[in-house]
Design a protein around this ligand. Structure first.
Ligand code: BTN
Length: 275
């Protein structure tokens, strides 16, 4: 492929995509505050096509989960949001976030099989215990039909950063694909692979078909079987061992007194890390 055809831009993305819903409309932005914020604004109007992809080369205010920032130097990461204009059930937002994480992890597995990714519940993508990607889903109720829910599925992948591109606060916990592979990774190729995987997963889930979704997710989970601390949104820390992920997305943790407790949100700190 010539250099021109390898560039991350709307034309090249559309040319390579084989999807039917995701990426029918692609919006490429050189710079934006956040692709999720931009997407949520689009969802406020009523003419955005389902599956619209917004991708940025740089975000000035990238959002992470739990109100954190998602910082990536210009041109070094994949920063994109996929818009879903009509989710049918309230359960889907969690499933959408899992689908995002699973599609990124499976793409890494397909493109770089010797760098096995894992998913830390609920949806951090890790390689060898370091975070290489994250997912942030934000939903919006439609004002004209309150039962209808739309969503912005935001995905960030650390692609070509070097170690000193990460701020000191996160340098110990984060890494990029480049840091593992030692080669510059083509963002275009990775994006197209993720969007292809995402569409396949989403269309099956939308039809109520599982086709191995939970099995694949649990197989890639770095959390199940681990001793962990869950930092809950109520600021308490609960210790136990993760035993399962339920079909509603809850992480089931066996507490030290034997009680099985489901967690629906919170930040997980894995106490032991085994490959
Ligand atoms: C996390 O904290 O793990 C979630 C990170 C999600 C970052 C992506 S980058 C593209 C999209 N736009 C944002 O502002 N955030 C998400």
């Amino acid at each position: 492929m010539t250099k021109r055809l390898q560039h991350l831009n709307a034309d090249n993305i559309k040319r390579l995509l084989t999807t039917s819903v995701i990426g029918k409309e692609v919006i490429y932005l050189k710079e934006i505050d956040s692709t999720n914020t931009y997407g949520l604004k689009l969802l406020q109007g009523d003419i955005v096509p389902d599956g619209t992809v917004i991708i940025a080369n740089y975000q000035t205010s990238g959002k992470g989960r739990h109100g954190k920032y998602w910082e990536t130097p210009k041109g070094k990461g994949l920063l994109f949001t996929v818009l879903f204009t009509d989710l049918h059930t309230i359960k889907i937002p969690q499933l959408l976030a899992f689908s995002g994480a699973l599609s990124v992890a499976e793409s890494i597995l397909q493109l770089f099989p010797s760098h096995k990714p894992s998913i830390r519940w609920p949806n951090d993508i890790l390689i060898r215990g370091k975070k290489v990607g994250g997912v942030l889903v934000e939903t919006k109720k439609q004002s004209d039909s309150p039962g209808r829910l739309s969503a912005a599925l935001g995905i960030g992948v650390n692609v070509n950063q070097s170690r000193n591109d990460f701020s000191p606060e996160i340098a110990e916990q984060a890494a990029s694909l480049f840091m593992f592979t030692g080669k510059r990774v083509l963002r275009l190729e990775l994006l197209v692979s993720i969007l292809d995987n995402l569409e396949r997963i989403y269309l099956f889930l939308e039809k109520g078909k599982d086709t191995g979704f939970w099995r694949r997710l649990k197989k890639l989970s770095s959390t199940i079987g681990k001793g962990l601390k869950v930092h809950t949104s109520g600021h308490s820390v609960i210790e136990g061992t993760a035993v399962d992920i339920e079909p509603d997305g809850a992480l089931v943790v066996r507490l030290d007194n034997g009680e099985l407790r489901p967690f629906y949100s919170g930040e997980v700190e894995e106490v032991e890390w085994v490959e």
